[in-house]
Design a protein around this ligand. Structure first.
Ligand code: SF4
Length: 191
């Protein structure tokens, strides 16, 4: 039997091994699926927010006993003509970005000379950031280059975007940094 990649992704590996859509009895594979972590979950369709490719996602959720919605799994949508069930490494880690216990939920600060980080408030962190950006910009702003050309640029601050940026966040950050006159902009996500 020939099983296309699209068929395989649509019915899942268990279904592909015994699926009636392909002329087989699905009973056992359905039983297998019901025992899976996503068995009985609500399926919602969405789009990956990270880049302009626009891959389609399927999110599996379930209500907990306390009434909260629990995100169980995010995967590529096999019915999408864009990504046909696949996701790049960035999109494939969407679940971890949403629910990983390793995410840092608050700002951390390491004072000059200190060896450890301490938890601080958002107010403290944003105020500190703003003051340091202004001080560095004021100290390193260049209005003219060596040949007398007007350049109006800040050479003392560099900005690196992160892989978790959405397209909109990347656009906003770039606008802000260019507005401050930064010329050293980089993006860590090479996907
Ligand atoms: S980041 Fe990856 S998964 Fe997301 S839309 Fe772009 S290519 Fe698709």
């Amino acid at each position: 039997m020939d099983v296309s990649r699209r068929q395989f992704l649509s019915i899942g590996p268990a279904g592909a091994l015994g699926g009636s859509a392909l002329g087989f009895d699905l009973t056992e594979s359905i039983r297998v699926k019901q025992r899976l972590r996503i068995g009985g979950s609500t399926v919602s369709h969405s789009l990956c927010p990270y880049c302009a490719v626009g891959c389609s996602l399927i999110a599996h959720t379930r209500k907990t006993a306390g009434g909260k919605t629990e995100l169980l799994q995010i995967e590529g949508d096999p019915d999408s003509p864009v990504n046909e069930g696949t996701l790049c490494p960035k999109g494939a880690t969407s679940l971890q970005l949403a629910v990983s216990r390793r995410r840092v939920p608050h700002p951390l600060y390491r004072a000059p000379g200190a060896t450890g980080w301490k938890q601080v408030s958002w107010e403290f962190a944003l105020d500190r950031l703003a003051r340091n950006i202004k001080a560095s910009r004021d100290a390193t702003f260049v209005t003219q280059d060596a040949d007398g050309n007007v350049v109006n640029r800040c050479e003392g601050i560099a900005f690196a975007g992160g892989a978790a940026f959405s397209s909109e966040e990347g656009y906003l950050a770039t606008k802000l940094m260019r507005g401050l006159g930064l010329v050293h902009l980089e993006q860590q996500a090479r996907v």
